[in-house]
Design a protein around this ligand. Structure first.
Ligand code: TRP
Length: 335
């Protein structure tokens, strides 16, 4: 048996409301893991959000409560999961400083997710250093709480790999202090955006949000990319790359029903409006209880801020212990 116990941690950047891609990519896993493990943390990573929003702090601040509401509405339970705000725990920053020594500049520049994000943001060589090193600070997010089970979307895998390199290096230099980190990736394939072109994301303007109204969902589904050659109901249709069917594959529990619809669509005789109406029903069933709970919680922001405060205070005690231990093994515990 390992000397380490299982501790779960996940986080979101507070840069916008969360969407269905987040829901199937990691929130669902968070919710089920909190019933299987005694120790779970959920971090609102506002410092990480500032690495590319330092000039827009209002955006980060306003979205702290939004992402908390999204997670609470999906069933993340503050009595099972400790909610915390990253910036309020300086121990995480302290740990980051020690980890910076263990990672080379060349390694940072090789991280494929960071590379993609830099390209998207048009940074080039002029990337600010805070952004470039955020995977190191994310490692500190995890290790401050000695977490080893991390439910994340697949874009986060390079960060977990980098974190494990830090664990290995730290342990080999200073002695066995941290355990290997295991990512938990959703088995559901990545959710495409309503435009069918890329993954669902806020920046591509192709997302369905957990807080969207019934009207917004209807409008977005009606705009979904299907098969451009499927013009009349009698036309033969293509289900590959067809956003409506890819969503039905993920969200419709009636798998046989979906197969039948696909067959009929391929043969001809099933209209886009019919399949879209069906999908609206399927999505409404999932989103309605989330939306209602969210609206209820949003009426009491004090309750939400208070649970964030209490969780942060509790989490800080754990982070303090970790930093004390780290200072001891690095032999900078003088007094
Ligand atoms: N990078 C993550 C994202 O963009 C957010 C995050 C910050 C995170 N710290 C974390 C995820 C620690 C898991 C563990 O979604």
């Amino acid at each position: 048996m390992s000397k380490f116990k299982d501790i779960v941690l996940t986080g979101d950047r507070p840069t916008g409301r969360l969407h269905l891609g987040h829901y199937i990519g990691s929130i669902q896993n968070r919710v089920s893991l909190q019933s299987q493990h005694d120790s779970c943390f959920y971090m609102i990573a506002d410092i990480q959000a500032l690495t590319d929003n330092f000039d827009n702090p209002e955006k980060v601040r306003n979205n702290v409560i939004e992402v908390a509401l999204d997670n609470l509405a999906c069933g993340l339970d503050p009595t099972k999961t400790t909610f915390l705000i990253q910036s309020q725990i300086p121990e995480i920053a302290e740990l980051t400083i020690f980890f910076l020594n263990l990672v080379t500049l060349a390694r940072l520049k090789r991280n494929p997710t960071v590379k993609d994000e830099m390209k998207q943001r048009g940074y080039g060589e002029d990337v600010n250093t805070g952004f470039l090193v955020y995977p190191i600070s994310q490692t500190a997010d995890i290790l401050s709480f000695k977490a080893n089970i991390i439910p994340v979307g697949e874009d986060q895998l390079p960060h977990i790999e980098q974190a494990n390199e830090i664990v290995q290096k730290f342990n080999s230099i200073y002695g066995e202090t941290f355990s290997k980190i295991k990512p938990i990736i959703s088995t559901t394939p990545r959710l495409m955006g309503i435009d069918g072109n890329s993954k669902m994301s806020k920046s591509s303007n192709n997302a369905i949000y957990l807080a969207d109204s019934a009207e917004e969902i209807e409008k977005k589904v009606m705009m979904m990319y299907t098969d451009p050659k499927h013009i009349r109901v009698e036309d033969k249709g293509n289900v590959e790359g067809n956003v409506v069917f890819s969503y039905l594959d993920i969200f419709d529990k009636d798998k046989n029903g979906v197969e039948e619809m696909k067959n009929q669509y391929k043969k001809g005789g099933l209209g886009d409006v019919t399949i879209k109406k069906h999908l609206i029903g399927v999505l409404e069933e999932i989103i309605t209880p989330i939306r209602e709970r969210r609206e209820q919680l949003a009426k009491d922001p004090k309750y939400v801020m208070n649970l964030l405060k209490e969780g942060t205070e509790k989490a800080q005690k754990t982070a303090r212990e970790t930093v004390e231990e780290v200072k001891k093994v690095i032999k900078i515990n003088y007094f």
